[in-house]
Structure formats: structure tokens, C-alpha cells
Design a protein around this ligand. Structure first.
Ligand SMILES: Cc1cc2nc3c(=O)[nH]c(=O)nc-3n(C[C@H](O)[C@H](O)[C@H](O)COP(=O)(O)OP(=O)(O)OC[C@H]3O[C@@H](n4cnc5c(N)ncnc54)[C@H](O)[C@@H]3O)c2cc1C
Length: 305
């Protein structure tokens, strides 16, 4: 809510079954224009126009603009004014706080080893003891396939795709917009931090930052904004995105064990899709309401799950 008590951007984007993040924590959030920058040689005008048409047809305000800065490189941009961004770590902490306030108990750190079923219940064995309940949601990201489930031999085929992300201390003219090129994106925070993301690498469970990843991102950032070479280097973060072979998430109940629900495989969009996924899962588990979307996302498309 804003000071006048009217819904702000956070209301629009992060409302989910009564959880209102803006009421429990300050989540870094900005809703500014996104500038997707296209070089003449990268993208034919017709495909920029097609993207623009698709966005407008779906009701998202967007328009083409001649880019005046940085003049050396840019030719035109696609401005999308509903593209926001959020601090993922802050958002996760806020979600945990909101969940606790709604009665959830978080046990951390804790590793789930196995899920057993007896009668209508499920028992989750962890390295800190066992928990029994009516249903369980498997949301262990890239590690979702490592959890053994009694009576289900197949494992959900989620693989890790490494992403490296740079944090720079920006010193130049203030940047106002999230800017995308075909090689990277830049996210300017109010405190002067510039995020440069992200590599997409098949490196298994290797979570190291690499010289190649850092160099590629610095090159790509400097191509869009040459002043990036003068920025301070604050660090590099590494994460593993949970990907599936068809690049769609796996959301839905196991056909073998209806009280075992999957919510994984969100690849590059897990933050963006978190409210929608949470709604789909909660509606199915709590109210027995299955959205038609789930037909395309169910675990059984990957076998006997
Ligand atoms: C560099 C980078 C940039 C990204 N940018 C964006 C973006 O701009 N927008 C967007 O929407 N998404 C983005 N993503 C993707 C997003 O981060 C993922 O889609 C999202 O984190 C997936 O969420 P998840 O909860 O399914 O898995 P994870 O975030 O991987 O969380 C899984 C959790 O389960 C835990 N776990 C694993 N095994 C067990 C076990 N046996 N027992 C208990 N716990 C276990 C793990 O420790 C981990 O904490 C980005 C990812 C990276 C790496």
C-alpha cells in the first residue's frame, strides 16, 4: 500500500491467498521502464515490431523508441513500462516472515532425505527428525530429483543450469531502467549498485564463479553501457536454476501418490512465477481446485511420477 492506502506495485504482483508482503517487510521493489535494446544487426525491425504488437495485444503498455543514450551503440529500444524487479533474497525473507505469521513452522537448516507414505499420511524424514502430515510439496529446486519417495521409482528430471550474476558499484550517470540486450541485462538499484546478469551454463552442480563467466558479463555490460568498465567490482553471485527438458515447470500431484505435490523446474522464472505457482498449488491442495493450466505442467509428462 502507498501512503494514501491505495494498492502499490507490490499489491499487484505479490498477493497470494492473503499473504501481503508489503505489510510484513520492506522488499526492494521498483517498477520502472525496461529498455530492451536492439542493435540493427541483432534483430530485424519486423521482429521488434512483432514483440511490440504481442505485448500491446496482451494489454501491456510498450512502445518503440529511438535511443538517445548511449549514442555510440544503441539504435532503438523497446520500452516496456510494466517490467519491474524485486530483490529476491529480501522477497524470500519476507515470504518466510509472512508464512510464520500465518502459523507455518520453518525448520532450518534441514535436509529432507526420504518421503514415506502410510495410510493417507506422508512422513518426511529429515536430518533433524521426522515429520508426519497430510500432504507434502517437493520444491527442492535443482535437487528435487534427489529426494526418495516410497513407491515412486522415477525421479523428477530437473537439472541444474548455473547462473552467475555480477554486482558492480556504479559511478556514472544514474541509470533509471532495467536494460536488456541479447547478451545480458542490467538492473540499477537506488543505492548505486548495478546488477549484471546472467550467465546460462550447463555445469552440473558446480556452484563456483568462473573467470570466463565474469569476463563475459563484464564484456556484455560494457557493450551496452561503456562506462561499466569504470564501475567498482563488488562481487559475483552464483546460483543453480532448476530446468526441465521442455523448459516448463513441474507443478501438480503425483499420479502414484496424490498427496505428494511437485512445484519445481521453474528454470529462469522461479521468482516471477512464485505467486502463480503458490496459488495453483494451494488451490489444489487446500481446496481441491485444479486449474486447467496444470494439465500441461503435471509430473506425469516425465514418466511414472
Ligand atoms: C543468476 C540467476 C538469475 C536469475 N534471475 C531470475 C529472474 O530475473 N527472474 C526469475 O523469476 N527467476 C530468476 N532466476 C531463477 C530463480 O532463481 C529460480 O527459478 C528459483 O530460485 C527456483 O526456485 P525454487 O525454490 O524452485 O528452487 P531454489 O531456489 O533452488 O530453492 C530450492 C531450495 O531447496 C533446498 N533443498 C534442496 N534439496 C533439499 C532437501 N533434500 N531438503 C531440504 N531442502 C532442500 C535448497 O537448499 C534450496 O534452498 C535466476 C537464477 C539465477 C541463478
Amino acid at each position: 500500500m502507498n501512503a494514501a492506502g491505495q494498492p502499490g506495485p507490490a499489491d499487484r504482483i505479490y498477493c497470494c491467498r492473503g499473504l501481503r508482503l508489503d505489510q510484513v517487510a520492506v522488499v526492494g521493489f521498483d517498477l520502472d521502464y525496461t529498455l530492451a535494446r536492439y542493435e540493427q544487426h541483432e534483430m530485424e525491425p519486423i521482429s521488434v515490431a512483432a514483440t511490440l504488437r504481442r505485448l500491446v495485444e496482451k494489454g501491456y503498455p510498450a512502445w518503440l523508441a529511438e535511443v538517445s543514450w548511449p549514442r555510440e551503440f544503441a539504435t532503438r529500444g523497446l520500452l516496456i513500462d510494466v517490467h519491474g524487479f524485486v530483490a529476491a533474497a529480501d522477497l524470500t525473507r519476507a515470504l518466510a516472515t509472512a508464512a510464520r505469521r500465518h502459523g507455518a513452522q520453518l525448520i532450518e537448516p534441514s535436509r529432507v532425505r526420504r518421503i514415506a507414505r502410510s495410510g493417507g499420511d506422508v512422513t518426511v524424514d529429515t536430518d533433524r527428525g521426522s515429520l508426519t502430515g497430510g500432504a507434502v510439496v517437493i520444491a527442492a529446486g535443482s535437487w528435487s530429483g534427489e529426494i526418495a519417495i516410497d513407491g515412486i521409482v522415477a525421479r523428477v528430471p530437473v537439472r541444474p543450469v548455473r547462473g552467475q550474476l555480477l554486482t558492480l558499484a556504479w559511478t556514472g550517470m544514474p541509470l533509471r531502467r532495467v536494460t536488456w540486450s541479447s547478451r545480458c541485462y542490467l538492473v540499477p538499484w537506488d543505492d548505486g549498485t548495478l546488477l549484471v546478469g546472467a550467465t546460462v551454463e550447463e555445469a552440473g552442480f558446480d556452484e563456483r564463479a568462473t573467470v570466463a563467466g565474469v569476463r563475459d558479463l563484464l564484456d556484455a555490460a560494457s557493450e551496452i553501457v561503456p562506462h561499466a568498465w569504470s564501475a567498482g567490482f563488488k562481487g559475483v553471485r552464483v546460483g543453480l536454476r532448476p530446468a526441465t527438458s521442455d523448459e516448463l515447470p513441474v507443478i501438480g500431484a503425483s499420479e502414484r501418490a496424490p498427496n505428494v505435490m511437485y512445484a519445481t523446474g521453474h528454470f529462469r522464472n522461479g521468482v516471477l512465477l512464485a505467486p502463480l505457482t503458490a496459488t495453483l498449488v494451494a488451490d489444489a491442495m487446500v481446496d481441491g481446485k485444479y486449474d486447467p493450466l496444470l494439465a500441461a505442467l503435471g509430473p506425469s509428462r516425465f514418466g511414472d511420477l
